[in-house]
Design a binder for this molecule. Structure first.
Ligand code: SAM
Length: 230
């Protein structure tokens, strides 16, 4: 299961005390238990599930891009949601393209690309996998590895969100949606402004599965503003 301080939560200190507290919370966490029971690879799945259930983003026949996908819980959720809904409505042509800098165990029906989202070559591989199609939804749970220097970590995290917004501008359908993880701290307000400049409707969600002490929050942008107003 992920969500470990070391795995990239800006603001979290990596030390024995914090790791002990994390381990204690992790073992007793109802979402960890639920994820194990339901066969999900990470408790993070319940964050996307709550966002999706409140906004109705994931629908049959969509193309969804999952950025920062490893270990794969969001992709598992997307797959089951698209598959079940697709079977129910007879529209099963859904596709999921997942990307992470780390490897990911395969998930049937999910095209996985390994690479760094900050690199041009990786972006062009992603575009090739999309094969000229525009995405209905882009989800990004990307979080950088911590350096321990808060200004550096905040900048690294903001940069990934900026890139995700840029990607959405180029590869989302006009009515599409972007879900991205943001961290409170320096740069947060600028990212909110950028979201509002890019999308017609912007919502902030702090899902129940997101720990109170975590500075993370999720921003959802829906409907791209036309380029001349951006
Ligand atoms: C919190 S985890 C994602 C968990 C995932 N949503 C799930 O449900 O299993 C964040 C992921 O972002 C990835 N990541 C961080 N920086 C990245 C980058 N520059 N390019 C691609 N992936 C990146 C990390 O490798 C990590 O796997």
């Amino acid at each position: 299961m992920n969500d470990k301080p070391k795995s990239g939560k800006p603001g979290a200190k990596v030390g024995t005390k914090v790791n002990k507290a994390w381990l204690h919370d992790h073992i007793n966490d109802p979402y960890v238990k639920l994820a194990t029971r339901e066969g999900y690879r990470a408790r993070a799945v319940y964050k996307l599930k709550e966002i999706d259930e409140s906004l109705g983003l994931i629908r049959p026949g969509q193309l969804v891009v999952d950025l920062g996908s490893t270990p794969g819980a969001w992709s598992q959720y997307l797959r089951s949601k698209l598959l079940h809904a697709g079977v129910a409505t007879g529209r099963t042509a859904a596709s999921i393209i997942a990307l992470d800098i780390l490897p990911m165990e395969p998930i049937e029906g999910v095209t996985f690309l390994q690479g760094d989202f900050r690199e041009e070559e990786v972006l062009s591989r992603l575009a090739t996998a999309m094969d000229g199609r525009l995405a209905d939804v882009v989800v990004s749970d990307m979080a950088p590895n911590l350096s321990g220097i808060s200004s550096v970590d905040a900048a690294a995290s903001s940069y990934l969100v900026e890139l995700a917004i840029d990607f959405a501008r180029q590869h989302l359908k006009p009515e599409g949606a972007l879900v991205a993880k943001l961290f409170h701290g320096s740069g947060y307000d600028d990212l909110v402004k950028l979201f509002k400049k890019t999308f017609r409707v912007v919502k902030t969600v702090k899902p129940k599965a997101s720990r109170d002490r975590s500075p993370e929050t999720f921003m959802v942008g829906m409907g791209l503003r036309s380029p001349d107003t951006v």
